[in-house]
Design a protein around this ligand. Structure first.
Ligand code: ADP
Ligand code: ADP
Ligand code: ZN
Length: 216
C-alpha cells in the first residue's frame, strides 16, 4: 500500500505517519527529514538547501524527486510507503506517478489533513523533537511524560526546536502551501484518490480516522 499524507506545515503529517508506519509496516518517506539529514551531514546538497529551508521556501523539484527515487529504488521489498511532505508541487506529483508506473506499482490513497491557520501556527511554534530518535512533541498537546526525557528512546536533554519553526518562516511555508501544494487536492480528487479528514481533532482520534480510511 502506498499512501500520501497531504496538509499544510504543522497539520500532523509526521506524527500520523510514524503511527501508521508502526501499525502497517510501511516505510515513512519524509523529504523534510531527508533534507535536514543532508544539512546536518554537511554534504554539498545539504549546504545548497540550508538557506532555502531556513526561509521556508521550497527546495527545487529536481533535488526532492532524486531523493524519493533513490529511496524507492533502495527499498524494492518494502510493503509500501507513506509520503510525508512530498509531493509539494504538481511536477513532483507527476514524477511520483512516473516512478510508480516504472515499478508497476500504484498510489492507493491520499489523505488530506485539514487544519485552520491559527491552529497551525500554535502547533509549529510549540513543536520540538528528540535529536536521538526523531520523536515529535508539542509543548501543550504532546509534552514528554518526564521533563527533558524522551518517552520513546529515554534519551536525556535531547530535545531541540527546528530553526525554521518560527512565525516568519511558518508564514512563508503557509503561502507556499496554498500556492504550490494545495492544487494537489484537486489533482488527487480528479484521480479518485482523495480522502479529507479533520486534522483539528486530537492525535488519537485523527489516527482512528486514518485507520478507518485505510480499512483497518
Ligand atoms: P513541515 O513539517 O513544516 O511541513 P517539512 O519538514 O516537511 O516541513 O519541510 C521542511 C522544509 O524542507 C520545507 O520548508 C522546504 O524548504 C523543504 N522541503 C521538504 N519537502 C519538500 C518538497 N517535497 N519540495 C520542496 N521542498 C521541500
Ligand atoms: P507536520 O509533519 O504536518 O508538519 P507534525 O506531525 O510535526 O506536523 O505536528 C506539528 C506539531 O503539532 C507537533 O508539535 C505535534 O506534536 C503536534 N500535533 C500533531 N498532531 C496533533 C493533533 N492532532 N492535535 C494537537 N497537536 C498535534
Ligand atoms: Zn528519543
Amino acid at each position: 500500500m502506498n499512501l500520501i499524507l497531504l496538509g499544510p506545515p504543522g497539520a500532523g503529517k509526521g506524527t500520523q505517519s510514524r503511527l501508521v508506519e508502526e501499525k502497517f509496516g510501511l516505510m515513512q518517506l519524509s523529504t523534510g527529514d531527508m533534507l535536514r539529514a543532508a544539512k546536518t551531514s554537511g554534504s554539498d546538497m545539504g549546504k545548497l538547501v540550508a538557506k532555502v529551508m531556513e526561509k521556508g521556501d521550497l527546495v527545487t523539484d529536481e533535488i526532492v524527486i532524486a531523493l524519493i527515487a533513490e529511496q524507492l529504488e533502495s527499498h524494492p521489498d518494502s510493503k509500501g510507503f507513506i509520503f510525508d511532505g512530498f509531493p509539494r508541487t504538481l511536477a513532483q506529483a507527476d514524477s511520483l506517478a512516473n516512478l510508480f508506473e516504472k515499478k508497476n506499482q500504484r498510489l492507493d490513497k491520499v489523505i488530506e489533513m485539514r487544519v485552520e491557520d491559527e491552529a497551525l501556527i500554535r502547533r509549529v511554534t510549540g513543536r520540538f523533537n528528540c535529536t536521538v530518535c526523531g520523536e515529535v512533541y508539542h509543548k501543550d498537546s504532546k509534552p514528554s511524560k518526564v521533563k527533558n526525557v524522551c518517552d520513546n528512546c529515554r534519551a536525556v536533554d535531547s530535545f531541540i526546536q527546528r530553526s525554521d519553526d518560527n512565525e516568519e518562516s511558518f508564514r512563508t511555508r503557509l503561502v507556499n502551501y496554498y500556492r504550490d501544494t494545495s492544487p494537489l487536492i484537486g489533482y488527487y480528487h480528479a484521480k479518485g484518490l482523495l480522502n479529507s479528514i479533520d486534522g483539528l481533532l486530537d492525535i488519537n482520534k485523527t489516527q482512528q480516522n486514518i485507520l478507518e480510511i485505510l480499512g483497518a
